[in-house]
Design a protein around this ligand. Sequence first.
Ligand SMILES: [Zn+2]
Length: 295
Amino acid sequence: MTFNPDAKIDSSKVSKRGRNTAIGVGAGGGLALILALVGPLLGVDLSGLAPLFEGGQSQQVTEEDLSHCDTGADANENVECRMVGAATSLDDYWKGVFARSSNVPDYVTPGFIVFESSTSSGCGMASAATGPFYCPSDGSIYLDTGFFDQLRTQFGASGGPLAEMYVVAHEWGHHIQNVLGTMNNLNLRESGPTSDSVRLELQADCYGGAWANAASTQPDGSGTTFLKPITQQQIADALNAASVIGDDRIQEASGGQVNPHQWTHGSSEQRQKWFLKGFEGGPGVCNTFGPNVDL
Ligand SMILES: [Zn+2]
């Protein structure tokens, strides 16, 4: 059990799109930048999504109701409700961080779309093969919960609820970067162990860690923390998830050699290190862009 069973969660933070979601009506050509959880893997090119088909098609988006996701107990039981729980907690956490910070823009809640098989996004068509990602142009997170099975079977992760929520927290971290303008003036087409891409990804991992610690220690309005005290096993699972999606691990798993020049997300070691750094030090220690930062 991870969530406090009586923590109140808010199903309006997540939209669920059904399996028969049709192709969206064209949103103009050109591929938009996406920020995925994992770098290119196993032949799937994540540099951009397939462009939306332009014009003509009717859109049949089936929105499914998540109002059965009401409490922490629901979040413990069901993966969709766990996404609602994670979103409620992340939103609450970051709202608070922004409120306590000076010289920051107003906090904006991201969109969070949970889907099955495929759906349209402001960055193109999303499919399960894309993996979870954040689309800056529509300010939304896209996640097929089937990815969590893939994380265990294909990547060999140990799994567990905190590992799943780390994935959400990482994507939420990209949203925070978007709100703060961190992505402006970065060169995200370049790869390599000290590239802007890697720095951006490691910072998102760090933000994920910062949230994880706070979610189990900071009470909400009614005095209940969202998460129960985090166990060593859960931290190990989250770190394990961060490690199996390190660029070096993925390069090895796909039969290639480890080539740091192609890294876009950071190594297993780096991803674990920055998650833990955020966990221990909060968002203030997540500056991965300084000139003397030891990545
Ligand atoms: Zn990312």
